[in-house]
Design a protein around this ligand. Structure first.
Ligand SMILES: Nc1ncnc2c1ncn2[C@@H]1O[C@H](COP(=O)(O)OP(=O)(O)OP(=O)(O)O)[C@@H](O)[C@H]1O
Length: 322
């Protein structure tokens, strides 16, 4: 179990991470999502022991004492995969992955390296020097190397940022299943809502050095605290509630994802199509309603300038007023 208690840290005398407290169970997968610069990497680095923080961090009953007490940064049972992959350029992919594995049993070592290279689909490159790999390939090798001596906690900073969509989807399915199977606790800092929605047991939404919302991905998505949290999962409408309801305070907002705004045959609210965007299995339609942009999704394209009517489920409206 990882326990973080009242953690604060600043790069200057002013704290940037502000009084964070949370507990992670062994084997849990937690996603950190939040706008660029909100402190995701800083939090991972603080847990890993790269910063002199205020507050306490425990792994089970052991307190992690940070850089004042560790000459080499980090803890043995923890791996931090930063956004720099830090591979040795002039040795092979296999040598990079096996760099920290014991040479006592060479066949066992080879098997382990192959198993990890299969996991990240880099076996064909095992003899290639790291320096000739693309950014995405280097990232996959760095992931394999981080798992070579299985850590108890894995801290991943944007682990798929350089990897193309086609590979990313399969890789994260494989990687997160592998981590679950091995009961490795993982914290993933990510901009990619799929990491948070599909794989996390819990998601922490960060803003300006604070965790402003936490819960299962479903809880955060279906009951977002505000428009910022909802926007971390994709496009969102944050509209004045009085557009839809008469007896509501003027400053209240309604948060709606585009797929929750439906076209009405009649008795709907009037809107005009402004622009449409092909999204593969649907179109994203930008409309204007009473001077506000309203995004909705539709299976077919609509014409720019077309007058339409929209409706929103009343029960949903009631739940999404903030
Ligand atoms: N070494 C540093 N020295 C001073 N300030 C830093 C340093 N590293 C990060 N910062 C600042 O701390 C804040 C948080 O940065 P951090 O990298 O943790 O954000 P992030 O959420 O991981 O961002 P991104 O999603 O863009 O990677 C930013 O304002 C950043 O400029």
């Amino acid at each position: 179990m990882l326990r973080v208690r009242n953690l604060s840290f600043g790069y200057t005398s002013k704290p940037f991470l502000k009084n964070l407290s949370f507990t992670l169970e062994k084997g849990e997968n937690v996603s950190l999502i939040g706008a660029s610069g909100c402190g995701k990497s800083t939090l991972l680095q603080s847990i890993y022991g790269l910063h002199h923080v205020d507050g306490k961090i425990f792994w089970n009953d052991e307190q992690l004492l940070g850089p004042n007490f560790n000459i080499v940064p980090g803890e043995d049972f923890m791996k931090y995969l930063s956004q720099d992959f830090d591979l040795m350029p002039s040795i092979s992919v296999a040598e990079n992955v096996g760099k920290y594995l014991s040479n006592m049993f060479p066949r066992k070592k080879q098997q382990r390296v192959n198993e990890l290279l299969d996991l990240v689909e880099m076996r064909d490159f095992s003899k290639i020097k790291a320096k000739v790999l693309s950014g995405g390939q280097q990232q996959r090798v760095a992931l394999a190397r981080a798992l070579a001596n299985p850590p108890e906690i894995l801290l991943l900073d944007e682990p798929f940022s350089h990897i193309d969509h086609f590979r990313k989807n399969k890789l994260r399915r494989n990687l997160f299943s592998y981590l679950k199977e091995k009961n490795i606790t993982v914290i993933v800092a990510t901009h990619d809502s799929t990491d948070a929605l599909s794989y996390a047991d819990r998601t922490f939404a960060m803003k300006a050095g604070r965790i402003i919302a936490s819960g299962t991905p479903q809880e955060l998505y279906q009951d977002p605290k505000n428009g910022y949290v909802a926007s971390l999962f994709g496009e969102v409408n944050e509209l004045p509630a009085e557009l839809f309801l008469s007896d509501v305070a003027a400053r209240k907002k309604v948060i709606l994802y585009p797929h929750e705004v439906k076209l009405a045959d009649n008795n709907g609210m009037k809107a005009v199509v402004k622009k449409t965007f092909f999204r593969g299995n649907h179109f994203l339609i930008a409309t204007e309603m009473s001077g506000h942009e309203v995004l909705l999704t539709h299976l077919e394209d609509l014409k720019e300038g077309e007058q339409i009517q929209i409706q929103i489920d009343e029960e949903l409206l009631g739940k999404r007023i903030r």
